[in-house]
Design a protein around this ligand. Structure first.
Ligand SMILES: Cc1ncc(COP(=O)(O)O)c(C=O)c1O
Length: 399
């Protein structure tokens, strides 16, 4: 491969304490996973070892968790929405989550409810899916510029879906107001003062994928990964998964790297400052799921305490990751990974071809002993754009 330098700004976390949170513990994750396991069609998503790619990149192992295979929804997000809605209903009807499946819950609901949310696509699809399973309504708002294919996927689940003229964070505020006026339940993956319970459940739900990965690594004879790459939108996924991994392995035993698009790098900026920094404006990135400018305070707390580094990178890094995962080496499995799913692997690929490869490997403490865990959080949720990138070479790595 020719050498090229893609923009990746890397910041160390000077505010790291290694402190774990009881909210995002192994126990909480296992409770969420038990709930997901009872849903018809549940199976753990695959954890692929890309051995030939690992050899090429000079690390011991690259493990990719393929969330495109999550309940046929092409992304991990339903793990959060379904668990939060179930916990909400259990609270309302005084039921025990440990004893119930989604189907049991459906039979206990005595009124028609509406769940409202804002989404870049995947979270709304998860909420719409869970509402449909429970015979309830969902109203989903999306920011300006959302891909029609992502809108259609939500509409097909029977939800109402409205694209606003606002960016993601302003759409969240609009949804909250509209829901209050209409008496709807808001199922949002970000938190703010007075709204923490549902986002906490959502983050706990995401930990199901991490609990599966820990079990899958253990079955492969891997006692722990040395590195994990987690992509950040509001930081709920990264916080939920890292919180769990820090509880299982200890935050100091894991090199965790939070990756964001440069147009929406609120966690990166917060990481430098040691406190929440918001980013505004249009946030026009191809990584639609990561186009969020205001960190989830619950996720941020975990990341401030437990993340090792933050990276802000250009769109071409994600596009490179999509192409590498879609065109595997030798016997490595093929992973169809969308823009927000592929950016972690994109960083590894961009480092491999960078003129300062060795220095970057050193900064990320990557070497021939490294076992790198990557979560491909979505498949081709925008097929048209996926093809433009992978077939037509949109967002090239080298010009
Ligand atoms: C595919 C994908 N990956 C990652 C994320 C990031 O999740 P969070 O907003 O919790 O940081 C999202 C969010 O929508 C997403 O859709």
């Amino acid at each position: 491969m020719s050498a090229f330098s893609l923009k990746m700004d890397i910041a160390g976390n000077r505010f790291f304490t290694g402190e774990t949170s009881p909210l995002f513990s192994r126990t909480q994750a296992q409770q969420a996973r038990q709930f997901h396991q009872k849903i018809t069609g549940y199976h753990p998503t695959p954890l692929y070892a890309l051995n030939e790619l690992a050899t090429l990149f000079g690390v011991h192992k690259i493990l990719v968790k393929d969330e495109s295979q999550r309940f046929g929804l092409n992304a991990f997000k339903m793990l959060g929405g379904s668990y939060a809605i179930a916990r909400l209903l259990c609270e309302k009807y005084r039921l025990e989550i440990n004893e119930l499946s989604l189907a049991d819950l459906k039979s206990r609901i005595t009124e028609k409810m509406t769940f409202a949310t804002t989404t870049d696509g995947n979270h709304g699809r998860g909420v719409a899916w869970a509402a449909k399973q429970l015979g309830q309504n969902a109203v989903v708002y999306m920011p300006k510029g959302s891909a029609q294919e992502r809108v259609d996927a939500i509409l097909r689940l029977g939800a109402e879906c409205i694209v606003t003229e606002m960016n993601y964070d302003d759409t969240v505020r609009f949804t909250m107001q509209t829901a209050r006026q209409n008496g709807w339940e808001v199922v949002q993956d970000t938190a703010w003062e007075g709204y923490t319970k549902i986002p906490t459940w959502i983050m706990q739900g995401y930990a199901t994928l991490a609990d599966e990965a820990v079990e899958q690594m253990s079955a492969m004879g891997i006692s722990r990964p040395t590195h994990v790459f987690l992509q950040g939108g509001v930081g709920a996924l990264a916080g939920g998964v890292l919180g769990y991994l820090a509880d299982v392995y200890g935050a100091r035993n894991l090199h965790s790297i939070i990756v964001e698009p440069e147009q929406a790098d609120c966690l990166y900026r917060s990481g430098i400052k040691g406190q929440i920094v918001n980013v505004g404006g249009e946030m026009a990135t191809i990584m639609a799921g990561l186009a969020c400018g205001e960190p989830n305070p619950l996720g941020w707390e975990v990341l401030r305490n437990c993340a090792t580094q933050f990276i802000s990178c250009q769109d071409a890094v994600a596009a490179l990751g999509m192409r590498v995962l879609g065109n595997p080496l030798g016997h490595d499995p093929r992973v169809i990974s969308g823009e927000s799913g592929a950016v972690g692997l994109g960083i590894l690929a961009a480092i491999h071809s960078h003129p300062q490869r060795d220095a970057l490997m050193n900064t990320l403490q990557l070497d021939s002993h490294s076992i790198v865990l990557i979560i491909s959080t979505e498949g081709d949720t925008d097929v048209k754009h996926y093809r433009e990138v992978v077939w037509e070479g949109k967002h090239p790595a080298a010009r």
